[in-house]
Design a protein around this ligand. Sequence first.
Ligand SMILES: Cc1cc2nc3c(=O)[nH]c(=O)nc-3n(C[C@H](O)[C@H](O)[C@H](O)COP(=O)(O)OP(=O)(O)OC[C@H]3O[C@@H](n4cnc5c(N)ncnc54)[C@H](O)[C@@H]3O)c2cc1C
Length: 389
Amino acid sequence: MQNTADVIIIGGGVHGASLAFHLSQRDVKVIVMEKNFIASGATGRSSGLLRMHYDFELESKLAWESFQYFRNWAEIVGGDCGFMRTGFFQFAKPETTQQLRANVAMHQSIGIPSELVTPEDVTRLAPHFNVEGMEIAAYEPESGHADPNATTASFFEIARQKGTRLIQDCHVTAIHTQGGKITGVDTSQGKFTAPIVVNVAGAWAAEIAQLLGLEIPVDTWQHDVMFVNRPAEMGDSHPAAIDFQNSMYFRSETGGLTLVGLDDDSMMGGSPDNPTDHAQKGFVEKAIERICSRIPIMEKASLHSAYCGIDGITPDQRGIIGKAGPDGFYLQCGFSGTGFKISPAVGACMSELIVDGQAQLVDITPFRFERFAEDELISGEHSYGNIWH
Ligand SMILES: Cc1cc2nc3c(=O)[nH]c(=O)nc-3n(C[C@H](O)[C@H](O)[C@H](O)COP(=O)(O)OP(=O)(O)OC[C@H]3O[C@@H](n4cnc5c(N)ncnc54)[C@H](O)[C@@H]3O)c2cc1C
């Protein structure tokens, strides 16, 4: 088999899959190397929440462009991404309601279906939610969640039909350059050559950049998730929410389950290879207390399971998208616990950058690697501050 490609992608998560899909649509010859199996990193642990509510306009645009894929998956990509529309609430802390109002106006100006709702509206849409102390909330009627494993698998399936070669159990161990230009990689399955290499290695992205002696500010972020069997009275599903008041997010899952994650107690800086089959001590108790505070009937819920996942995180908790280091080296990493929902549009933008020299779908320049050295960290126009702490 030919070990030469136009582009080598390191990492078989949802971002590597999206990039492979988009490049293959442009007839670019792609080889994807995945050291384990597809979606074995952050992607396979992702909560899969899809919302457009961000405090930074270009991130909302990436989410909105991506949302067109999720809700029209069969036509745009093919196969099934497991999209479920449940509606989504953004609950703000009382001191950030001004930001909430301004951000909803910004989302509406992009064309995102988003509105301000009163506590009475919330009760009508989600009768079991506690609205005590709530002044106002944002509601996205179209949002919901998708299945990150199915999303990744179907991106890869179509990319492979278009000629992409996906090699699993293939660990990249070195990246080569000549005269300041990328020439290829060494792997546990031999040498491969290509003039372009894209680092899409999630929590391992800093390790990959180090193979070129390049320092990138991508740390690790370990995040716990809990599933509970919700009480039957809550029905087949309920709206999802990011609940800043309770430092929590939650969504419904099939099988009568509800998924809960917390914004605080994220573990930063651990090994990307840490085990992910269990949550940190104390997490479940805290998550149960908070979900019962927002949805009191959850007192009747029972614990189903808990685990964690590990993503790459940057100082401004936004991804790095663009060129870096030697000619032919690109970064698509550092998605900081929010990268699933933007993966279709980011893959499209990266393919445009690689093939045409510039992204067209959304302006990705603020996400450039140089922003850290230039002290141009991303901050929302009406910022809520960092999500994870
Ligand atoms: C618990 C959890 C919940 C989340 N919830 C949400 C959510 O609700 N909504 C949302 O939008 N985002 C969410 N995220 C974030 C989102 O899942 C990630 O940003 C996204 O999945 C990252 O995808 P990726 O392809 O960049 O990385 P990964 O999926 O981590 O893929 C990177 C791949 O690179 C491979 N690799 C690493 N080193 C090498 C090497 N040397 N050679 C070959 N391959 C290598 C790894 O094996 C891995 O499979 C969550 C993340 C976690 C952890």
